[in-house]
Design a protein around this ligand. Structure first.
Ligand code: NAD
Length: 463
């Protein structure tokens, strides 16, 4: 049986490793983050991904899934090595390949026989070739000339439904330049092949570009419907009906036509920017994708404008923000629209009470780390007016009702199920004001306004 290592044990690497072990394969998940590996060894999953924890514990108990920080042993023990390391945006929006190239170099330092290096990270076109050069150069430094192959196998899973997406993908895309590595990787996915999952075999470059093209297209659909929703607001049309009628057209399709506060997450924002940058590098103007990037920034600002217009002035206002994750089902706040929206509300003089069922710790760690903040429990004995005028700009709340308590406005930014069934009478009673901004369109306008709220959503006529 082929032995497999995954380098990078984050959202993609951990889901990939766990699911491949569920296919019956022996997997080593390697990461440079010692704390993460230590947690995983104790069965603690460092990310929130529905179903992941149970599947991981099961496969660890069968001995098919192991964790390590030791790249040398991971490389030595595997014929196939998946790269699932981050490719964050650099200053100019281009994908930062530092982690991919460092991992490739580590493989070269430790390999002693034939390997297939499979890139699952989202990388610019030509990265497969670069990885080859780095490995070849590393081997040369060691005076070795070993055979190896590089494969592009982009990942299309969505956070929040990662396990399902991995187990039932729309397609498996394998970019190679030779038959040997193609057959090895196809065999790894044999379980999916047997359930008639479509397999697409391409060149390495084509596979790399498919991933960017797919994400840019999804981002375009979202940006498009957000723009139509803006027009709906102006002409009193209903974007729900428009999206429904559009989506029934088989050429358009109904998915990704839900307006919201702008797309976020670790993929669409960075991948659209990277694709614009890749175009620039090759002298090709990516005007559509460039417009999508700008339209998404504008959509986030438009949400703040809506709140500001309604409240006249944001100075001294207390805003309850429900949802920090970029979408429901994940604790990931990377490039979530909630973050710039909260920051702009603060910039304009508001104080923000925030709650998210999963993403609070991640928000505290990074995007809000430098902002004066307080836990709501420590503020219990202080009246809300003091928060509005006090030194703290963010209050981390215990739940959605705690957040709404004393607020001038409630703003829903993530479509968590528990925000879909709020006790609106209780929310109304506890608030200082009556503004309700549903930027995920999860409520029927009349159902909210009957509690005395001044309700606004995106692209739907006000009741
Ligand atoms: P992540 O940040 O969640 O995880 C990456 C992990 O790699 C981290 O644990 C980090 O410690 C580790 N790492 C970094 N450098 C390393 C090295 N040299 N050796 C070993 N470990 C190293 O990232 P992610 O969200 O899983 O994304 C990984 C890649 O997959 C990115 O290119 C991303 O664009 C792509 N992708 C992500 C998703 C998604 O939904 N998150 C979906 C499809 C594709």
């Amino acid at each position: 049986m082929v032995s497999i290592s995954i380098i990078g044990t984050g959202y993609v690497g951990l889901v990939t490793g766990t699911c491949l072990s569920e296919f019956g394969l022996n997997i080593i998940c390697m990461d440079t983050d010692a704390q993460k590996i230590c947690d995983l060894e104790q069965g603690k999953v460092p990310i929130y991904e529905p179903g992941l924890s149970a599947l991981l514990i099961k496969n660890v108990s069968f001995g098919r899934l192991r964790f390590t920080t030791d790249i040398a042993s991971a490389v030595a023990a595997s014929q196939v090595i998946f790269l699932a390391v981050p490719t964050p945006p650099g200053e100019d929006g281009s994908a930062d390949l530092r982690h991919v190239l460092a991992a490739a170099d580590s493989i070269a330092q430790h390999m002693a026989d034939y390997k297939v290096i499979v890139n699952k990270s989202t990388v610019p076109i030509g990265t497969g070739r670069k990885v080859k050069e780095i490995v070849r150069a590393g081997l040369e430094r060691r005076g070795l000339s070993l055979d190896f192959d590089v494969v592009s196998n982009p990942e299309f899973l969505r956070e929040g439904s990662g396990i399902r997406d991995f187990m039932h993908p729309d397609r498996i895309l394998i970019g190679t330049d030779n038959e040997k590595s193609r057959a090895i990787i196809r065999d790894i996915y044999n379980v999916l092949y047997l359930i008639d999952t479509p397999f697409i075999f391409t060149s390495i470059e084509t596979a790399e570009l498919v991933k960017y093209a797919s994400n840019a297209f999804l981002a375009t659909k979202i940006a498009f419907i957000n723009e139509i929703a803006g027009l709906c607001d102006a002409v009193k049309a209903d974007v729900r009906d428009i999206a429904k009628a559009m989506g029934m057209d088989g050429r358009i399709g109904k998915f990704f036509l839900h307006p919201g506060p702008g797309f976020g997450g670790s993929c669409l924002p960075k991948d659209t920017k990277a694709l614009v940058n890749i175009g620039q590098e090759h002298g090709v103007r990516m005007s559509i994708v460039d417009s999508v990037v700008k339209a998404n920034d504008f959509q986030r600002r438009r949400m703040v404008n809506k709140i500001e217009t309604s409240l006249t002035d944001l100075k001294g206002k207390v805003i309850a923000v429900l949802g920090l994750a970029f979408k429901q089902g994940t604790d990931d706040v990377r490039d979530s629209s909630s973050i710039p929206i909260v920051l702009e509300l603060i910039e304009k003089g508001s104080r923000v009470k925030v709650f998210d069922p999963q993403a609070m710790e991640n928000a505290k760690k990074l995007p809000f780390a430098d902002i004066a903040s307080v836990e709501s429990g420590r503020y219990n004995d202080v009246v809300q007016d003091d928060f509005a005028a006090g030194p703290f700009k963010i209050m981390y709340c215990a739940d959605e009702y705690d957040a709404a308590n004393g607020a001038d406005a409630v703003v829903i930014l993530t479509e968590w199920n528990q925000f879909r069934h709020l006790d609106l009478a209780r929310v109304a009673r506890s608030m200082r004001g009556k503004r309700f901004f549903d930027f995920r369109n999860i409520y029927e306008p009349a159902d909210v306004s009957k509690f005395g709220f001044d309700y606004e959503s995106i692209g739907r006529p006000r009741p």
